[in-house]
Design a protein around this ligand. Structure first.
Ligand SMILES: *Cc1c(COP(=O)(O)O)cnc(C)c1O
Length: 392
């Protein structure tokens, strides 16, 4: 059976041009980027070229980019590293209730280590409350960490306003931009972003490679002890092929940003319109306009997301119910709880994340199957039966 992939927020297929750019660095160009002979210098050149590609996409200087193993490591490094480096000034961190676990769990760990963390609420569209943010800042606040765009419901935060508030109060602003990079035009200076995480596998690059941007002059402690790689900020022999792939992928993403966005947004809007026309008793989640172009999150009342996913899988369709990172747990997603969805509605949510390789035919196939599956699951649902009885 054909695989129809609608889970591009979980990961993407590495672009063939990215794979091609990486290949020589597994074979002929295998030198250690820290070695002084020419084989090593070739690797160093490739790493520094990738650093320029990443800096170009974010509007920062290459020296402000550190390569890591991905989004999770970048978040850990930034949040732990900045919090500890600023410990003399204060121990208060502000974040939001809808962050990725890489941020939330890092904050929870810091609480165990003596830091105080404020988890800001969000409105029903998933937007962080800016008044609550201002009110939460104290003279002991050293770091605000709020995501750029949410991985489950797609809402894009008012990053410029958050950056301005942080700047005004002399607080460092980190943003987990793992879902935004490759989908949204980013300018770290215009948005007053001091620190930012990104991950290649979310924009058609390889898995296990990411980057952390940290503004020059912002102190942070290294996360891992070892060699002096990455200007003494990230130990370990550079993953040259993956770094080359990251550089190529980010360059491609921003070369084609408008074309890519127009394509995924048109397919997403078509999908949502089809679902609204063909399936009653649904709820769209996330901000209606300020959202990632390819993301749709819809709750189908009276059914379970897990049942939906299993039935879609039988048709070769890959999608997600809430967060890929927390599936396997029976609790409804913390993001859907934070936007105020009742448990039973949160449980029936389906995230479709459309990517550049998807086609209209695939969306038609998805909708056709979804209509059939939702109807069938509802027929079997006691909640649906009660609802119909009440209506009579
Ligand atoms: C995927 C993701 C991460 C984790 O990135 P990895 O590279 O998989 O570690 C962090 N934050 C957000 C918002 C994500 O979507």
């Amino acid at each position: 059976m054909k695989t129809v992939y609608f889970d591009n927020s979980a990961t993407t297929r590495t672009d063939p041009a990215v794979v091609e750019a990486m290949l020589p660095y597994f074979s002929e160009q295998y030198g250690n980027a820290s070695s002084i002979y020419s084989l090593g210098r070739e690797s160093r050149k490739a790493v520094e070229h990738a650093r320029e590609q990443v800096a170009g996409a974010l509007g920062c200087m290459p020296q402000e980019i550190y390569f890591t193993s991905g989004g999770s490591e970048s978040d850990n490094t930034a949040i732990r590293g900045i919090a500890w480096a600023k410990k003399d000034k204060g121990n208060h961190i502000i974040t939001s209730a809808i962050e990725h676990p890489a941020v939330l769990e890092t904050c929870r760990q810091l609480e165990k280590e003596g830091f105080r963390v404020t988890y800001l609420p969000v409105d029903p569209d998933g937007v962080v409350d800016l008044d609550a943010l201002k009110a939460a800042i104290t003279p002991r606040t050293t770091l605000i960490t709020i995501m750029y765009a949410n991985n489950e419901i797609g809402t894009i935060q008012p990053v410029d306003e958050i950056g301005a508030i942080a700047r005004e109060h002399g607080v460092i602003f980190h943003t987990d931009a793992v879902q935004a990079v490759g989908n949204v035009a980013i300018d770290v200076n215009a948005s007053h972003i001091d620190s930012l995480s990104l991950s290649a596998h979310k924009f058609y690059g390889p898995k296990g490679i990411g980057a952390l941007y940290v503004r020059k002059g912002v102190p942070f402690q290294r996360f891992m002890q070892g060699g002096h790689q990455e200007r003494n900020k990230r130990a370990g022999t550079e993953n040259v092929p993956a770094i080359v792939g990251l550089g190529k992928a980010i360059e491609m993403a921003y070369e084609d940003l408008e074309v890519h966005n127009a394509h995924v947004k048109a397919l997403r809007d078509y999908y949502v319109a089809q679902v609204e026309e063909k399936i009653p008793y649904i709820k769209r989640n996330g901000h209606p306009e300020k959202r990632l172009p390819g993301n749709s999150n819809i709750s189908f009342r009276f059914i379970e997301g897990e049942g939906l996913l299993l039935n879609l899988d039988l048709k070769g369709i890959c999608a997600s119910s809430g967060s890929a990172c927390t599936s396997g747990s029976l609790d409804p997603s913390h993001v859907l709880m934070a936007i105020g969805l009742p448990h039973e509605i949160a449980h029936g949510s389906l995230r479709i994340s459309i990517g550049k390789n998807n086609t209209k035919e695939e969306v038609d196939y998805l909708v056709e199957n979804l209509v059939e599956i939702v109807n069938r699951l509802r027929e079997m649902s006691p909640l649906w039966e009660d609802f119909i009885e009440e209506g009579k």
